[in-house]
Design a protein around this ligand. Structure first.
Ligand code: TRP
Length: 346
């Protein structure tokens, strides 16, 4: 069994990224190594070139993201951690997969429609092909499981279609995947269970996000503890009098704080509510949440500071990752080329 996750090097990572994705990467690594499976993590610098960007900043943000994954507990000895651009088999496979990707399907991608509308200078062909590159990421490793956010469902469905169509066209399989040769593994998306969403502290009806949240609404992983405390203190709650420290409809702010406190202290929201029966008001909930989050992130912040300083050490870890990744991807791409009649006879 092989589990594959990709993460964008763009933007400062926030609490939603940590509780919703990065933390699960680490448990995924633990589960995989206990079961003798592979866990593969990729920082997708090539995807970041599909919209306007600054080259020097891309390199820095990629280091930031790698350092953060290492700080969070990804262990390059046990997992494969690599930078997408270090594995040329992936862009090669992207091109090969375009042969079985429908233009019409790419045109229907919500993310393409949304992001292309936001571009001022250029809607790049790369932005259109983004989902094929993402399919190549996963298919190059014959990964079985792909944990992603809900917003990536359409991309995962497309990569499944691409694998099925490839196996049908070049492996003689039936369209439903039966029979023939399974040249590419059809991966399964793993989606967060409901309630795992961290909402904006200032606008708790929408998701915490790097792009749409205000600086006060998003809690960044590298925020100083003082700044975190302030953001929680100012978090939007509601005006029930007396205050009701329970989740509920019309209580998006309080529900979010309870969910965050539960996730940060490894308890269920019900347990957190029970622990709050003697609390005097929303101030107590905010203080407890700030405390739990600061305690959770302190060791990550400390390790990050040490790791991020040493780019040579990051590159050394990435060199190991690239080598392990290419050792897996190389024979897969060779099989694809062979099946497609590209290059010399094997
Ligand atoms: N598109 C994904 C996102 O924005 C990132 C990603 C790129 C990815 N390649 C991947 C996720 C492969 C899972 C598997 O979140």
């Amino acid at each position: 069994m092989r589990v594959y996750s990709g993460i964008q090097p763009t933007g400062r990572k926030h609490l939603g990224n940590y509780l919703g994705a990065i933390r699960h990467f680490v448990t995924g690594q633990e589960d995989a190594s206990a079961a003798g499976d592979d866990a593969i993590f990729c920082v997708v610098d090539l995807h970041a070139t599909t919209v306007a960007y600054d080259p020097a900043e891309l390199r820095d943000r990629t280091y930031d993201t790698i350092a953060l994954l290492l700080a969070a507990g990804i262990d390059p000895e046990r997992s494969i951690l690599y930078r997408q651009g270090d594995v040329p088999e992936v862009p090669e496979l992207t091109w090969l997969l375009t042969a079985v990707t429908a233009h019409g399907d790419l045109n229907r991608m919500h993310q393409f429609k949304e992001k292309s509308g936001q571009q001022r200078e250029l809607v790049s062909a790369g932005l259109f092909l983004y989902p094929v590159l993402m399919a190549a990421d996963v298919l190059a490793f014959r990964a079985d499981r792909v944990p992603v956010g809900d917003d990536q469902r359409q991309h995962v469905e497309l990569m499944r279609d691409i694998a099925l169509r490839f196996n049908a066209r070049f492996g003689g399989a039936a369209p439903d995947g039966t029979g023939g040769t399974e040249i590419l593994t059809v991966p399964e998306g793993i989606y967060p269970t409901s309630g795992a969403r961290i909402m904006d502290l200032q606008a708790p009806e929408k998701k915490m996000s790097t792009s749409s949240s205000t600086p006060e609404g998003a809690l960044y992983l590298l925020d100083e503890p003082k700044a975190m405390e302030k953001k929680f203190k100012r978090a939007v709650t509601d005006s029930e009098n007396p205050p009701v420290l329970r989740r509920g409809p019309e209580k998006a702010g309080v529900s979010n704080l309870i969910d965050i406190l539960a996730a940060a202290s490894d308890r269920t929201p019900d347990e957190v509510e029970a622990s709050l029966v003697d609390a005097r008001g929303y101030g107590d909930l905010k203080a407890a949440t700030a405390d739990a989050v600061i305690t959770l992130l302190a060791p990550v912040q400390e390790r990050y500071a040490a790791l991020r300083e040493d780019e040579a050490a990051i590159e050394a870890a990435l060199a190991i990752g690239a080598e392990k990744a290419r050792a897996i991807a190389r024979p897969v791409v060779a099989d694809v080329r062979e099946a497609m009649g590209v290059g010399p006879r094997a």
